[in-house]
Design a protein around this ligand. Structure first.
Ligand code: PLP
Length: 395
């Protein structure tokens, strides 16, 4: 008898950014000069005081399990940080520490996804949303994210997609892959409309909350008491503190879901790495200048990237308002997006991600991460320009 695994694995997806990273690394190993604008992680080192806090924790013997939901001082620091940044009340009893931002979406989608359920998610959007929705057997319902709307989600369009089968609505602002930031007025409108749909839970992925530009103010969904009993807030240290490899995320849950999240933790990872949690306390309670400096540097590069992309033949790029991604429109080049991304990597030595890797509405776009030096970004843009003027488009 052959082994039989559950059919859900025929439906689970992946993040192509990791495949592109592997291919870029392979090309570099072969001696090719590749500029990696594919990967979504800050190119900065974790600030030293955060690293030191983890080392100190290990030296002081924090080698054991912690509570499944995270150590209290970290949960207090997370609650205080949200209070400080947004003026919202968050109890440490509703805060759950998890190994990375992804874990919160994994848990939330597992809680609400099953055959017969619909889950709404942004498209183009972080690919794991759809992958996990499909894994649970729920029906993925894409909410189109449109360039003409500044890559913000539309409250009206989102609300129109809600049916009695809708269980969960996933939101993401500032957004990956578009860099879109949804204005507060649109979020007000959405929350107002959600009053008519009390059966819909909301997961707001705010992992890029501290990365906004042009004086855009991030509006957290936590600011709406009327939905707090059905809101799951996803955040973490990966992007803000340049800590992607540490695996440190956190979330805020309504009380009735919190215990389910705790049980999922106990049944899977037990707890987040102890030393990493101490690093998290240092990150949140220590000086924040490294965050400000990093965002200021991203802002400078953002301008270089947008200007450079708009100077390329048949390419146009809306100015991203948040995160560290540009999402240029390449539809007029005659190239299909994934073919272009692949050719740019193999032929021009520039790693990017094709828009369709973020959903069907990503066709006609590629994603560039500007988490790379200004010099490399300029070099990559020059290579792209040279490539586009010489290569025959593959539609
Ligand atoms: N949410 C969004 C929108 C992201 O872009 C990412 C990472 O790229 C994550 C969540 C996951 O973050 P983490 O690496 O902490 O799991």
């Amino acid at each position: 008898m052959p082994l039989t695994t559950v059919p859900a694995f025929a439906r689970i997806g992946e993040e192509n950014a990791f495949a592109v990273l592997a291919r870029a690394t392979e090309l570099m190993r072969q001696g090719k000069d590749v500029i990696n604008l594919g990967i979504g992680q800050p190119d900065f080192a974790t600030p030293p005081h955060i690293v030191e806090a983890a080392i100190k924790a290990l030296r002081e013997g924090h080698h054991g399990y912690t509570p499944a939901t995270g150590i209290l001082p970290l949960r207090e620091a997370i609650a205080a940080d949200m209070n400080g940044r947004f003026g919202v009340e968050v109890s440490p009893d509703n805060v759950m520490v998890v190994p990375g931002g992804k874990v919160t979406m994994f848990m939330a989608i597992l809680m609400f996804g099953e055959p017969g359920a619909d889950i709404l998610y942004p498209d183009p959007g972080f690919p794991i949303y759809r992958s996990m929705i499909e894994f649970t057997g729920a029906r993925p319902i894409p909410v189109p994210i449109r360039e003409e709307n500044g890559f913000a989600f539309s409250a009206e369009e989102t609300l129109a997609l809600i049916t009695p089968q809708t269980r969960l609505l996933i939101l993401n602002s500032p957004a990956n892959p578009t860099g879109g930031v949804t204005p507060a007025s649109e979020i007000d409108k959405l929350v107002k409309g959600l009053e008519a749909h009390p059966h819909v839970a909301i997961m707001s992925d705010e992992i890029y909350a501290q990365m906004t530009y042009d004086n855009q103010v991030h509006r957290t969904l936590l600011a709406y008491p009327e939905i707090r009993d059905r809101l799951i807030l996803l955040d973490g240290a990966s992007k803000t503190y340049a800590m992607t490899g540490w695996r440190l995320g956190w979330s805020v849950w309504p009380k009735h879901l919190y215990d389910m999240a705790r049980k999922l933790a106990v049944n899977s990872f037990s707890c987040t790495n102890a030393a990493t949690q101490f690093a998290g306390i240092a990150a949140l309670t220590g000086p924040q200048d490294a965050v400000r400096d990093m965002v200021a540097e991203f802002d400078k590069r953002r301008k270089i990237v947008v200007e450079g992309l708009n100077a390329l033949p048949n390419v146009s790029c809306a100015t991203p308002k948040g995160a560290f991604y540009a999402f240029p429109n390449i539809s007029k080049t005659g190239w299909k997006a994934k073919k272009l991304a692949s050719a740019l990597l193999e032929d021009a030595g520039v790693a990017t991600i094709g828009g369709p890797d973020f959903g069907v509405h990503g066709e006609g776009y590629i994603r560039l991460s500007y988490a790379n030096s200004a010099d490399n970004i300029r070099k990559a843009l020059a290579r792209m320009g040279e490539f586009l003027s010489r290569a025959k488009p593959q539609g």
